[in-house]
Design a protein around this ligand. Structure first.
Ligand SMILES: Nc1ncnc2c1ncn2[C@@H]1O[C@H](COP(=O)(O)OP(=O)(O)OP(=O)(O)O)[C@@H](O)[C@H]1O
Length: 236
């Protein structure tokens, strides 16, 4: 579905991505694990088009997307949930969702469909975005993205600043949606347990390069993955 070859990019003269290769098959959940500053957000921003690619190729469903502006990529079916959520704090939950559906010319009925998929949003639907907790804002940011009817979801560190019990609920929600909506997903994270709970395949990003890749089964060898990432080894 998505094929990225030798992708390079960054911020002006600052090179961050130094030749990334990644593929995502239809229905596949790919996790990209990396510490702070390794280039995770830069990668997703380059895939959605908020940053230009400085080299390499990106094709989505067989079509080159590198020259398309972000709205055209969204229109093709790529959804992006940025780090820090960026919801509209002055708008209600429902208005946040409606704005996304309208902006991408999706049918108005999608808003109710997504609220039904994310029941946590139902009781909050008339609350202002800025009055939600961090975890609730993250669910809203996800719902807003889903209102654009993506087939490929790009998720940037959804667990950041969210308390552990809510992180568990979020993992359950994402696992359910992945199946019910038939989504393909790239999740970038530094939360090892979260990524391991969800991803079919995990790639490790270090200083702008993918340095290793492993299957879900291999990733369940917690000691191997932890050692690779330099994280403290969890107890067996
Ligand atoms: N707007 C910017 N201008 C210049 N350099 C930037 C900019 N944003 C990020 N960088 C640099 O690019 C590198 C990669 O940053 P990026 O945000 O992609 O990392 P990350 O892996 O997502 O980290 P984190 O987990 O902390 O969000 C870092 O060295 C960062 O300082």
């Amino acid at each position: 579905m998505l094929e990225i070859r030798n992708l390079k990019g960054g911020y002006g003269s600052i090179d961050v991505l130094r030749g990334i290769d990644i593929t995502v098959a239809k229905g596949e959940f790919v996790g990209i694990l990396g510490h702070n500053g390794m280039g995770k957000s830069t990668l997703l921003k380059t895939i959605i088009g908020h940053l230009p690619a400085a080299g390499g190729t990106m094709t989505f469903e067989g079509r080159s997307i590198a020259a398309l502006p972000p709205p055209a990529r969204v229109h093709l079916g790529i959804g992006y949930v940025p780090q820090g959520r960026r919801i509209f704090p002055q708008l209600t939950v429902r208005e946040n969702l409606t704005v996304a559906a309208r902006a991408t010319r999706r049918p108005a009925a999608i808003v109710d469909e997504i609220i039904a998929e994310l029941p946590a949003l139902e009781r909050l639907s008339s609350r202002k975005g800025g009055a939600l907790s961090g975890g609730e804002q993250q669910i809203l940011a996800l719902g807003r993205c889903l209102c654009t009817q993506p087939r490929l979801l790009l998720l940037d560190e959804p667990t950041e600043g969210v308390q552990p019990s809510i992180v568990e609920q979020m993992a359950a929600t994402l696992a359910r949606l992945h199946v019910s909506l038939g989504l393909s997903t790239i999740l970038v994270e530094q939360n090892l347990d979260f990524i391991r709970a969800l991803a079919d395949r995990i790639a490790v990003l270090e200083r702008g390069r993918i340095t290793s890749e492993m299957s879900r089964a291999e990733a369940h060898d917690a000691h191997r993955l932890s050692a690779l990432m330099g994280f403290a080894t969890p107890s067996p």
